[in-house]
Design a protein around this ligand. Structure first.
Ligand code: B4P
Length: 189
């Protein structure tokens, strides 16, 4: 079973590469960003609380996203594998994910980190903001806040996986197909 974590700052291309990986390997996609946006669209209490934080570029509480992932893992027993996109974003989330997977006799095979500089991230997200309708993509200050949250709370997650020998960093700048090729080489080792 192939379980992957796709890691990187906002706009690094996690969602873009996830779509290609799902097509190639038939994995179940678990994106906490997408799950939260679905809650917002459905107008749930959770969605309303999450929206206040997401619109400011701040991470939502660990307990919320861990609960969402737990529900999905229970729903999708017997899958060919999972791709975790945008999760874990804190060390507490990474520890919780290991515990949840252990409960299903599963583990993470690779944590693949897409490395992209701040200038490129800002350009990509502002570009996406023109059509995505996502409030968090539409102003530079908010994007800076998201990248800052990443540096403070999420970047340490790389060390967590590195200590397990699972961290693999790749250059996330360049042609989408070329970046995908690098990911496939890691998976097929
Ligand atoms: P997410 O939805 O996870 O969004 P993201 O980081 O913006 O996107 P991603 O890296 O997937 O970028 P994409 O491929 O689309 O998070 C949104 C918010 O939700 C967070 O700020 C937080 O508040 C909350 N949240 C989510 N998960 C959480 C968690 N676990 N804990 C707490 N809070 C959480 O690429 C971006 C753009 O670049 C696209 O337009 C794409 O076309 C373009 N692009 C991709 N690859 C490219 C390439 N190689 N060259 C040029 N452009 C490229």
């Amino acid at each position: 079973m192939l379980n992957l974590v796709l890691f990187g700052p906002p706009g690094a291309g996690k969602g873009t590469q996830s779509a290609k990986l799902i097509e190639k390997y038939g994995l179940i996609h678990l994106s906490t960003g997408d799950l939260l946006r679905a809650e917002i669209t459905a107008g749930t209490d959770l969605g309303q609380e999450a929206k206040k934080l997401m619109d400011q570029g701040i991470l939502v509480p660990d307990s919320v996203v861990i609960g969402m992932i737990e529900n999905k893992l229970n729903e999708k027993k017997g899958a060919a594998g999972f791709i975790f996109d945008g999760f874990p974003r804190t060390v507490a989330q990474a520890e919780a994910l290991d515990n949840l997977l252990e409960g299903h006799q599963l583990s993470i095979k690779h944590m693949i980190s897409l490395e992209v500089n701040q200038e490129e991230l800002t350009q990509r997200l502002l570009e996406r903001g023109k059509t995505s309708g996502r409030p968090d993509d539409q102003n530079e200050e908010l994007i800076r806040k998201r990248v800052q949250e990443y540096g403070e709370k999420t970047a340490p997650v790389a060390g967590y996986y590195d200590s397990q020998g699972k961290f693999q960093g790749i250059n996330g700048i360049g042609e989408i197909e070329e970046i995908f090729g690098q990911i496939v080489r890691i998976i097929e080792g």
